[in-house]
Design a protein around this ligand. Structure first.
Ligand code: RI2
Length: 311
């Protein structure tokens, strides 16, 4: 099996044609499902072998994406747990597992938007960083509900995802101001709320998000500005329970400075870790929760995330 669909999706993810943890998870899952539907597996061993091959390719496309890993493990876990005997039963099972997962994604996102949009108050200014579909969803719905607020956003070097957020906000009719990343501290006293997305949540309740997020959280802490994270619990990384660190993706130096002097060392980590002590709350599908209660919330909502951990 060539894994053509999976390879093609992994390439698009790596090249940032697909961005944001949620889009990455959706794209990877859809590619895996398409690949499996085209495959002629007849027994559990060959099915698990193919999934292992797909995991190898997809997991390497971007390292800091537990949402993608959880989505794929859910499919793998279902295949190993459910009874199926023929190829057509296998195809039906794959279909229903992916539908289940899409429903879970949708329910989670709807709830996050419902909860988060109540935190955006009339006359307020919200600071955000990078592009998070969860944050954009919250802000768009707040606007639709008639809340009169403004957004201040960072350009988000080096690949300027702030421009994606800026366009979305302007299209929704939200007054929007862009600042350079290093202006965050100067603007922190002029905003009422800082709201960011997440790529990963650890067992300690720390969050991993676009590089610069932890500086934003520090500045928010100093200015006593509430700092919230909008994130599906599906981004929880179960390996952190076992003491593993979430890997931080390091991207190409070219993103910072194409044709830089050769002897210059350039470092380009894509994400950083924000300690739970700086997070007022995580806006999740289990409601607005404290980062301290992350394990309980994951156990309650997605026990399979803890069971399906198979490497
Ligand atoms: P949603 C993005 O990373 C940002 O860090 C953003 O906050 C996070 O994914 C979550 O995005 P990247 O994939 O899941 O652009 O809320 O590197 O869309």
């Amino acid at each position: 099996m060539s894994m053509e669909r999976v390879r093609e999706a992994a390439d698009r993810i790596k090249r940032l044609e697909v961005q944001g943890a949620t889009n990455v998870a959706l794209t990877a899952m859809k590619a895996l499902v398409e690949q499996m539907k085209a495959s002629q597996v007849r027994d559990i061993d060959s099915a698990l072998h193919e999934i292992a091959e797909a995991k190898e390719i997809l997991f390497k496309s971007r390292e800091t994406e537990p949402f993608m890993r959880n989505a794929i493990r859910y499919i793998e876990w279902g295949i190993a747990r459910e009874r199926w005997e023929t190829t057509s039963q296998f195809h039906r099972l794959i279909h229903s597992l992916s539908e289940d997962l899409l429903n879970k994604f949708k329910e989670a996102r709807d709830r996050i938007i419902e909860v988060g949009s109540k935190r955006v108050l009339d006359g307020s200014r919200v600071l955000t960083h990078c592009h998070s579909s969860a944050v954009s969803g919250i802000l768009k719905v707040a606007k639709e509900k008639g809340v009169d607020f403004e957004v201040v956003l960072t350009e988000t070097r080096p690949v300027y995802q702030g421009r994606i957020t800026a366009r979305e906000m302007l299209e929704s009719g939200v007054r929007t101001t862009m600042i350079v990343d290093s202006a965050v501290r100067s603007f922190m006293t002029k905003v009422d709320l800082a709201l960011v997305g997440a790529d990963a949540i650890t067992s300690e309740g720390n969050i991993i998000n676009k590089i610069g997020t932890s500086l934003l959280a520090l500045a928010a802490h100093e200015a006593r500005t509430p700092f919230y994270v909008a994130s599906e619990l599906l981004k929880f990384d179960p390996q952190t329970i076992h003491g593993d660190y979430e890997a931080i993706e390091e991207r190409s130096p070219e993103e910072l400075w194409p044709q830089a002097p050769q002897e210059l060392e350039i470092r380009n980590p894509a994400f950083d870790v924000t300690r739970r002590d700086y997070i007022h709350g995580i806006i999740s599908e289990e409601g607005l929760i404290s980062p301290h209660s992350i394990m309980e919330a994951v156990r309650r909502r997605y026990p399979w995330i803890l069971e399906a951990l198979g490497g």
